[in-house]
Design a protein around this ligand. Sequence first.
Ligand SMILES: [Zn+2]
Length: 269
Amino acid sequence: MKKIETICKTFLWTGGTYASKRALLSWDKVCPPKTAGGFHVLDIQIWNKAAICKLLWNLCRKKDKLWVRWIHLYYGKKQEVWDIKPRNASWIVQKIIKAKRYIEVVGVSMKEVAEWNYFSIKKCYNGMRGQLLTRSRLHAWGVAEEVNCPLCNEVEETIDHLLFKCRIAGGIWNKLLQWHGITRTSMEGQREIQWAEGKATGNNAHAQVYRLTLACAMYHIWNERNIRVFQEQQKTVEVIVSQIVQEITIRGSKNIKTEKRIAEIDYYM
Ligand SMILES: [Zn+2]
């Protein structure tokens, strides 16, 4: 997932494989569907949740702090501190204790948290934010009811499914591979990226155009997903592929070598 995000970021910020100083789109504008869906869950709010989680961790660990001692003394006599229900407590104490649901939703138990020697707000934030919010992740947050992939509507949506395993995404990849003259069908995400790392490294035009294709395709598939979810419109595989090719052509034309390579593969199509 990290790799996918890095590739997408490189693509969006530099136009692919060559260094351009201009950011074309802010990653945050592309990445979170939250704002588009009217959820208005800003990253800063997730950060805030992560910070509250740290307070909760403090509550479990830092018994030398005055406010922590006070809460333990006051509420936590018979039970674990995260299990107390401080109905009469101030809202901030309630908020801190309720933060355990943020932790549990990302699959971490409070027992584990209580054993950690340190707590990184950043790691917690990343865990809560995820790289891209797919429907199954949103589902875990209690936001979306629909968990099926918006492209094929057949399988639960995960990033790996959406970008690679999905029948529709697979159709897009296969056409693009064909365009590159590569005679194999698309693979699942991890392997697709490994393949690109192995075969499409370096600064030769072949590799650059291949990497550009990978980034561009992931971006357009993600975009299509958002259009389907939030605007209830959809494009066919053919239209998406032609848009991807068009974009690769425009971006590739900034460099003579890649421009030549694209003209070459265009000839075969
Ligand atoms: Zn699908």
